[in-house]
Unconditional design. Sequence first.
Length: 236
Amino acid sequence: MAPAAAHQHEAVRPPRVQGEVLLDARGLGKFFGSRLVLRDVSASARAGEALLVVGGNGAGKTTLLKIMAGLCRASAGSVELGIGPEACAYLGHATFLYPRLTARANLLFWGRMYGRAPSRAEIDAVLERVGLSRVGDEPAGTFSRGMAQRLNLARVFLIGPKLVFLDEPGTGLDPASQELLRREIATLKAAGAAVVWVSHHLAADLPLAERVLFLKDTRVAYFGEAGGFDGAGLTC
């Protein structure tokens, strides 16, 4: 999880109400050298809703998420936030855990990075939510990939973000942990957060999404209501 970079975005406005736009991306393009990765991509994310980002391998999903989160600069286009970057959270492929610190110490560190001073009770509560309460005092370096990913999720829950970027958060999770993840995504939405979620598990994750962004051949092949997306043309 990482704070979004404020300088990457055009403007910051006060928090929006349920259902209104928290993120508006317009005409995004991205080159890596001479290679075009994204072309004229526009999408938005609303409070209390999940935007599922899908596409084949190499479609630019991770790059798009990083641009939206302010962690990568677009070659063209703009991203406008309706909240401050301190209310955003990003969970990518790297865990960013300190292996010698315990699970509790890692959470305390990340809470302070967001200007908070979480109490032991608050930390224990998020560890309980992700099923790690019994290993809270164990070094994170001893955790399996699935346990480390659960601790990443606990970091997200601890700060109570209003805009969450999830890049294949189910990676390394067993089926029970994936179900826990989906329940917690539903909890984030119920609390009014917008979730932008990259997934390769369309059949399982689509029911939790309100809208879908389908990237194909560097462009938007579909952006609209989840109920109107049948997955045609999607290959991973």
